[in-house]
Design a binder for this molecule. Structure first.
Ligand SMILES: Nc1ncnc2c1ncn2[C@@H]1O[C@H](COP(=O)(O)OP(=O)(O)OP(=O)(O)O)[C@@H](O)[C@H]1O
Length: 686
């Protein structure tokens, strides 16, 4: 073994040296390339200012030298390539690789070692020194098999015999430990990783991805992948690794903006924000469902809690518009298009078209009417005379400068611009289709006059064709918190997407939701012609053994039979039943057991209790827009703690209704307890 360790240490030093040497070379080449570009510019006599301080500046500078496109393209692409190599080396240096797999190909005598790292690296296009964790060969490592098997590359199956599967614990060029692992042997690297303190930022799990997680990360076939996993089973981690995998796998055609990640709140978004950059990938489009819907701050017009999307969807197809479905369009207080005028123009659009197409056609006709009116008015001398009445600031706003048109054509052109500016609100209203009375359409369809915001947005989505067609992959975390109508909305809004939906039925904690049933969820996607592949994650990674058993006891009995626990039992969770007056002193005692270097949370049913504890104990209270501190103790309601994790958790049960003994109350307790990894206290007020 000692010999093996020494050989691996030598190999690591060699790889590290290669990386370091290449970095020096790349940096020299980067600077040489910049200088060559500068000289090229000087020689070609251009006086464009060059700025090679940064890559972005390079791009700007090159772009301004249009006449030298070919040469510039060359410099540009060289710079780009060098920057990519530099980024890869910088990413690899602190930990060049984490595993090795030795493969014997059928027609080779010797097996070949492959070292797997967080990105791939080869010198001068030779055999790779490190292969990317997302490459087909690395799939074998995560599959956790030994012996004869195959991997798939470029559509072909390649037979191999796996001779060795080795993990490394290392830092820079220092090897700390090696583990030769076989099937069914517990993953020592994983256990070590899980024992580390929690931080305010989620980290990647590349080195220790488990077999059942790997299958989800690499799924390329399923139109919808539904993952039901217990708390702390790595659902969020898997989603983020999957995004990195997809961006690598489809790198020729997929960019980060084509992937949409829907997250529960902005605190959570901040919590996960470092993972993809640490994997060398750009962050995808991220938003909460509320942001996706563009929810206004004031929703008092929408009193109806119940949405009716399927009903609306069925009836929208047969809907036509009548007089009361229009709203007059005004400029200031003057009606420009009355309801009857709007109906009359609508009736000019072909009846054979679908309603959304007729609405688009009507929009075009309205814009044309405004344009024709502007064109006609621009030749009217009375209106042209208004140019003289424009103040200097009006002129600045309209033309971006002061003007003094003299010829006829100059005057007409300026008048057109003035009128377009004056009618800008009207043009915007037409484009936004504010002439359509959505509330009335809801009344027409449903026969109810209390409105629901999701219904409102759904009608806009369908009638205005607001689909986001560019989104190719959607990831929804905490999917149990969405109603079937909200998911139906997303299915309609994102017609070209493949879906990754991850959640936990036991973490459905919102009063307004009937806890969502994953069978109904699957059915919804299937009804919409999206095949669903369901997978379960039953291994608890986050929490110690005893904490896992504690939170699982608030699930169902069958859950307990299925789960797998990785971590040791650790300290048994402590239940205290106390009088309300003793709560603060009790918490004070408990937090004395937490180390200042650890991240700890006091979780309450609501924000009011959180604020009270915050005041009494001078501990920071967090809401869903806060940023999690790096370490120390914070207090927050459960709705904010959801999705996050802490070394230590104190749960305050001062509201028997909130933590009642029914499914919802149990789900809340399960969710609160499962935030803890090491120590857990539950304080119940008598
Ligand atoms: N394969 C793994 N290797 C190392 N750590 C892992 C692995 N899988 C999960 N973890 C760790 O377990 C913890 C829980 O992971 P994560 O937050 O992704 O779980 P989750 O299922 O989304 O949890 P919850 O539903 O409770 O919010 C994290 O600290 C994560 O880094």
């Amino acid at each position: 073994m000692e010999n093996t360790f020494d050989l691996e240490q030598i190999h690591l030093k060699k790889v590290y040296q290669e990386l370091s040497d290449t970095l020096i070379t790349v940096e020299e080449l980067l600077s040489k390339n910049s200088n060559q570009a500068i000289n090229f510019k000087k020689q070609s006599g251009h006086d464009t200012a060059l700025n090679f301080d940064s890559y972005a500046d390079n791009l700007d500078t090159f772009a301004s030298m249009e006449s030298m496109n070919k040469q510039i393209d060359y410099f540009n692409s060289k710079q780009n390539q060098l920057e990519i190599t530099k980024k890869k080396i910088t990413q690899l240096l602190p930990s060049p690789y984490f595993a090795r797999i030795d493969l014997k190909y059928p027609d080779e005598l010797e097996s070949i070692p492959f070292y797997i790292g967080s990105t791939g690296f080869s010198k001068n296009n030779e055999d790779p020194l490190v292969i990317d964790w997302r490459s087909p060969i690395a799939d074998l490592y995560y599959n956790n098999k030994m012996g004869k098997t195959f991997y798939t590359a470029n559509g072909s199956n390649i037979n191999v015999d796996i001779k060795l599967r080795r993990q490394f614990l290392l830092h820079d060029n220092i090897l700390q430990d090696i583990f030769d692992t076989n099937v069914a042997i517990q993953d020592p690297l994983l256990v070590k990783t899980l024992q580390e303190n929690k931080s305010n930022q989620m980290t990647s799990i590349t080195a220790t991805i488990q077999k059942e997680q790997n299958v989800i990360i690499r799924d390329e076939k399923s139109p919808a992948l539904l993952v039901n996993g217990i708390a702390g089973s790595g659902k969020t981690s898997v989603v983020l690794q999957r995004i990195a995998y997809l961006l690598y796998r489809y790198r020729e055609t997929l960019v980060a903006e084509d992937v949409l990640l829907i997250t529960p709140n902005s605190l959570f978004t901040n919590y996960i924000n470092d993972v993809l950059p640490s994997l060398g990938e750009d962050t995808p489009s991220q938003m909460t469902f509320k942001q996706f819907l563009n929810t206004p701050t004031n929703t008092t017009n929408f009193k109806n809690k119940q949405s009716h999307l399927k009903n609306i969807n069925e009836q929208l197809n047969d809907l036509s518009l009548s007089y009361q479905d229009f709203k007059p369009l005004k400029v200031n207080t003057t009606v420009v298009f009355s309801k009857s005028k709007l109906l009359e123009i609508f009736n000019r659009t072909p009846k054979s078209l679908s309603l959304p197409k007729r609405i688009t056609a009507l929009t075009e006709l309205l814009l044309k009417e405004v344009k024709d009116h502007i064109l006609k008015s621009a030749t009217d001398s009375n209106i042209q005379a208004k140019l003289d009445g424009l103040t200097d600031s009006d002129q600045e706003a309209i033309f971006g400068k002061l003007i003094s048109p003299t010829t006829d054509s100059e005057i007409i052109k300026a008048t057109k611009r003035m009128l377009t500016w004056q009618y800008r609100n009207l043009i915007q209203q037409i484009k936004q289709k504010s002439w359509l009375n959505i509330f009335q359409i809801i009344d027409d369809i449903l026969g109810i006059d209390e409105h629901n915001f999701l219904d409102y947005r759904f009608i806009q989505l369908k009638l205005f064709n607001l689909n986001k067609n560019n989104i190719k992959f959607v990831m929804i975390d905490e999917v149990q918190d969405y109603s079937l109508d909200e998911l139906f909305f997303l299915i309609n809004a994102l017609p070209n997407a493949k879906w990754t939906l991850v959640g936990d039925e036991f973490q459905s904690i919102k009063e307004s939701n009937n806890p969502i049933d994953f069978t109904d969820l699957s059915k919804l996607f299937e009804e919409n012609m999206i095949n669903v592949k369901q997978r379960n994650l039953y291994t608890s990674y986050r929490s110690s053994g005893s904490i896992t058993k504690e939170f699982i006891s608030f699930g169902t009995s069958s859950l307990l039979e299925n789960i797998r626990i990785i971590q040791a039992d650790g300290q048994t969770p402590i239940h205290s039943k106390i009088a309300s007056k003793n709560l603060i002193s009790n918490i004070d005692q408990q937090i004395k057991q937490f180390k200042p270097t650890e991240l700890s949370a006091i979780i309450t049913p609501d924000i009011e209790s959180a604020k009270k504890i915050s005041n009494d104990l001078h501990i920071k209270a967090l809401d869903s827009n806060s940023i999690l501190p790096k370490k120390g103790i914070s207090v927050m309601p459960l709705i904010v703690a959801k999705g996050l994790e802490f070394d230590n958790v104190i749960v305050i049960n001062n509201d028997k209704n909130y933590f009642s003994k029914n499914r919802l109350g149990n789900n809340r307790m399960y969710t609160a307890l499962s935030r803890a990894s090491k120590k857990l206290f539950i304080n119940t007020i008598n």
